[in-house]
Design a protein around this ligand. Structure first.
Ligand code: PXG
Length: 290
């Protein structure tokens, strides 16, 4: 494996950053998870745009242009001979002092890892996922805005631990008003009477790129969509439910807090949207090997 760090490629053993990097010391940095499908980097422009938005929110100057970061990302796929897989793009605040003042970190580090991934076994996609709502609420927009894809994922990690303690793989996180925000690494959707709903971004969620893609697919298929506040009740009485994320794609959810969703099996609209999503992955994104 060849890993990109600040303009150079290193073997896995030699890919190292300083213990004084504020990404490590304070979770001070931003990241993206990106997929390659069929020799293309899926939604690369959208991911780079979101990376720069996250950095801007943290007043973190990446010191590269979006075009340069995009080119480095594609080059990392090439260096690793990958046409399908997963990319982790990380920008840390860089090396500073033990104090947390980011002004002491003159040079951010850009790290790109390209590899393969399977988040869930095939069975999860055919049988569906069982999930629970958890006690830890999503960060409020005025604390650490969940729209910022930062290296500080403790809010999500705590929720995932609670899900794991309950014997399941993913958690539904509610916001401080009790409305559904998102999962720990995925956005949430329900289908109710033929309409597709997902919580509004203002409920406290990442501006998911898969979420956007699925909404586009729904519009193209003529499936009505809406973004209302959703309570746990709305989830329990849904006909279908699924979660979306770059790594997971679309995963059907068949049980929430002990309540079977719809028939208790992945639903037909979920299947239709997943097929449409797979079609988009064939044509979207930067070509890796021309
Ligand atoms: N919400 C959160 C909190 C996320 O971290 C998503 C939604 C989905 O967004 P995209 O743009 O990917 O559709 C994410 C995705 C993983 C993993 O291994 C995924 C994410 C972060 C860390 C790990 O699945 N981000």
């Amino acid at each position: 494996m060849k890993i990109y760090i600040d303009g150079q490629f290193f073997s896995e053993a030699d890919a190292k950053i300083s213990v004084f990097d504020h990404g490590l010391l304070y979770g001070d940095g931003v990241f993206e998870g990106i997929r390659m499908y069929h020799n293309r980097v899926f939604k690369l422009k959208e991911h780079i745009e979101r990376l720069f938005w996250s950095a801007k929110a943290l007043l973190l100057d990446i010191q590269m242009t979006p075009e340069e970061v995009a080119a480095a990302t594609v080059e990392t796929c090439r260096q690793n001979g990958l046409r399908d897989g997963y990319i982790r793009l990380v920008v840390t605040r860089g090396k500073g002092t033990l104090g947390l003042d980011p002004r002491k970190c003159p040079k951010p580090s850009v790290i790109i890892i390209a590899t393969t991934i399977q988040l869930y076994p095939d069975k999860t996609y055919t049988d569906g996922l069982t999930i629970v709502t958890v006690p830890t609420t999503r960060n409020t927009v005025n604390a650490i805005n969940p729209a910022i894809k930062s290296l500080n994922y403790l809010n999500n990690v705590l929720a995932r631990i609670e899900a794991n303690n309950a014997g399941v793989e993913e958690a539904i996180m509610l916001n401080s008003d009790g409305f559904v925000a998102e999962c720990t690494a995925d956005n949430v959707f329900i289908v109710q009477k033929g309409k597709l709903y997902t919580p509004p971004l203002s409920a406290g969620a990442l501006y998911g790129i898969t979420r956007n893609t699925v909404l586009d697919c729904a519009r193209a298929l003529g499936i009505p969509t809406g973004e209302p506040n959703l309570s746990r009740y709305d989830l329990y009485i849904a006909d279908e439910m699924f979660v979306t994320g770059t790594a997971a794609e679309m995963v059907p959810v068949v049980k929430v807090d002990g309540r079977a969703i719809g028939t208790g099996k992945p639903g037909p609209i979920t299947a239709k949207l997943l097929a449409a999503f797979h079609e988009v992955t064939k044509t979207d994104g930067e070509v890796i090997f021309p």
